[in-house]
Design a binder for this molecule. Sequence first.
Ligand code: HGA
Length: 605
Amino acid sequence: MCGIVGVLGNHEAAPLLVEALKRLEYRGYDSAGIATVNDGALDRRRAVGKLVNLSDLLVHEPLAGKAGIGHTRWATHGAPNVANAHPHRAGPVAVVHNGIIENFRELRAELARAGLHFETETDTETIALLVQHMLNQGMTPRDAASAAIGRLEGAFALALLFDGEDDLMIAARKGSPLAIGHGKGEVFVGSDAMALAPMTDQITYLEEGDWAYLTREHVEIRDASGTLVNRPVQTVNIDLAQVEKGGHRHFMAKEIAEQPTVLGDALAHYLRGEGIELPGPGLDFNDFDRLVMVACGTANYACVVAKYWFEQLAGISVEVDIASEFRYREPPIPPRSLALFVSQSGETADTLAALRYCEGKAQRIAAVVNVTESSIARESDLVLPIRAGTEIGVASTKAFTCQLTVLFLLALKAAHDRGRLDGEELDAHLTALRRIPGLLNTALAQSDQIATVAKPVSEARDVLFLGRGAMFPLAMEGALKLKEISYIHAEGYASGELKHGPIALVDKTVPVIVMAPSDHLFDKTVSNMQEVMARGGKVLLITDARGAKAAGEDCWKVLVMPEVAALLAPILYALPAQLLAYHAAVAKGTDVDQPRNLAKSVTVE
Ligand code: HGA
């Protein structure tokens, strides 16, 4: 959340900053702003709402200068208005910040006593005032920044510019990611490498507690103790086509459509010869009695689906928790545990904190991530990339199905390691898995039909999603997708749980979406559907041809998916759930890729 960027370049900084912010807008879009130093003079422009408002402002009030910083905000402290928009300025200092300064109240009180004045409600302004306070005491910008950074508690990635200094920027990271980009006689900073991709592919990732003193010709990085450190320069290949919509109306539509391809790619990565090959140091599931899985949002639902797989296939006991609860719950972690963290960005603050809680307690720490240079990946013993490619749409789609695919492979490996699957059985599962990209293509072809069904769903105030077994977490994911992008209130329930309360909500205005392939639990789900229909509820059944024949007649609508191996149904059925949410949002005219109040990568608590 919140994206920051900085440029010490040889060209006008404003267009470069705006272009980089465009690539960071997935992190937040409450407001945006830039500051530059031009002939020694520090100035800034800020606008509320999407980046396009800042671009418009810059047309009327351009900002010259070859040194600049920029920010796209997801507000944590203070309303999304111009005053609270970054960059924040205090006298000769401007700052952009991603994170939360937890001791800002104490610092504010101290600075107020010293006679400094606050103009905003943000925690971030404290950083600028603290640096100004240090400068007032006669310190150089370098010493002032270093002293101020040392006083900050909480999480931050930040970049500072100074009035009178055309060739100086200071950057720092603690808890929020920050990359430095190297050009020819130019230097850049950004929340991620993708932001800097049009300018450079030569990237240094700052580590926890690092801060950097930057000029065009010189990059000096120090760790938290002030010691000069050498951080490697990596060549980061980013396919720029991935950050374009490629003919689709929305990134979300593009990313839904990409699933057969990226899933196939993920499979090719892990399936070598006859078996499953994991990267890195060998993992033997006989070493573990317990699997602890922790994640947030959609990734959490991927873990809950996987719990069914690990338990049924491998007979290993699994605990799944959402990271924001897990991290403060102080759960005991038995020594023979594998702790597994799932995060698209690999920067999810709560998940990272949960991982750190498990360090020294769990026997091994593994990460299932999309961004392999991320903090969660770097702090894990074993990294399992999901290979979904860049996901821009705030509502996760292809990352979810790729997470499921990698987790299924891991469950198969666990079952094989523990002697619960012989070679032949493993083969049969892998053959079924290899069919999934083709089945997803068949499901994708129903997009228009799903759009027709989505229209009346988009007019509902409340929607219920039902599923049994591993389709229960998928029901919760379907409800989450609908909430996220169409703002319709939706809940996912275990089909059997409906009669214990939620059935009271059912009437003819509440669509009940039942996701039920014709597996061994199908008849039970049909009974639950009957209970809904007996009370005037209208059921949209998503099933296969056999299911439709057996139970479809009394339903309000039926969507028919191709037949799929029972265990793999959550991967296939994710697609109609995504398309339903997508088309409902389009019908309502909401901002599909950047839904209100949300941001993609949640790097704050
Ligand atoms: N706390 C700052 C920055 C917010 C942020 O990084 N969000 O992800 C603010 O509220 O402006």
